[in-house]
Design a protein around this ligand. Structure first.
Ligand code: ATP
Ligand code: MG
Length: 181
């Protein structure tokens, strides 16, 4: 799965709209401590459906991902991230060459996900990305401490990581969904 572009507005240390395009090859982000490098990977996890504030290094509630203001600049009322994925090989179950996943969150608690501009549920984003390795339970963003977590995980939890990598996580998901009904 290839990322093409990341667009951020009002998320953590990025009040203004920022667009990052990923060219071919490896993209590196460099900058001084506290300049927002990790906030970029947090934005990627967030738009892909991360619901745990702790995983996003936020103080405790989801509202903390919204730009909180500085001495010179007032706080923002919402955070928005859009991630464009290359779907030219049509690996995703979507009839388009690109998939733009969006998430917007207001201080009021109102929240919205979208796929190619169509408002959808978190469940739809989750299902679209199952078995791609980049979804909420994917392994493509390896945060600090995650390796130790995987090593220490119970065998059933470790198995889930391998199932996602093998592309069979969706079958377990569908079985569980069917059994819930
Ligand atoms: P390091 O090199 O130390 O890992 P980094 O470049 O990864 O640094 P980040 O952790 O991405 O830095 O960014 C930290 C900065 O983001 C801090 O200055 C923090 O105040 C700011 N920040 C985090 N959340 C918010 C928010 N909601 N509003 C405004 N600023 C925020
Ligand atoms: Mg960092």
């Amino acid at each position: 799965m290839v990322f093409k572009e990341l667009e951020i507005q009002g998320f953590k240390s990025f009040p203004d709209k920022v667009k990052i395009t990923f060219d071919e090859g490896v993209t590196g982000v460099v900058g001084p401590n506290g300049s927002g490098k990790s906030n970029l990977s947090d934005a990627v996890r967030w738009v892909l459906g991360e619901t745990s504030a702790r995983q996003l290094r936020a103080a405790g509630k989801m509202e903390d991902v919204i730009f909180g203001g500085t001495r010179r600049r007032g706080a923002m009322g919402f955070a928005q991230v859009r991630l464009t994925l290359d779907n030219s090989a049509h690996t995703l179950d979507l009839d388009a060459d690109e998939a733009v996943i969006g998430r917007k969150y207001y201080r009021s608690g109102e929240s919205e996900y979208s796929i190619n501009g169509q408002v959808c549920r978190l469940k739809d984003v989750y299902e679209l990305l199952l078995d791609t390795g980049i979804g909420r339970d994917g392994y493509s963003v390896i945060g600090q401490g995650r390796i130790a977590e995987i090593v220490a995980a119970k065998s059933t939890e470790r198995r889930e990581i391998f199932e996602e990598a093998c592309g069979i996580a969706k079958y377990r998901y569908r079985k569980n969904e069917a059994e819930r009904r």
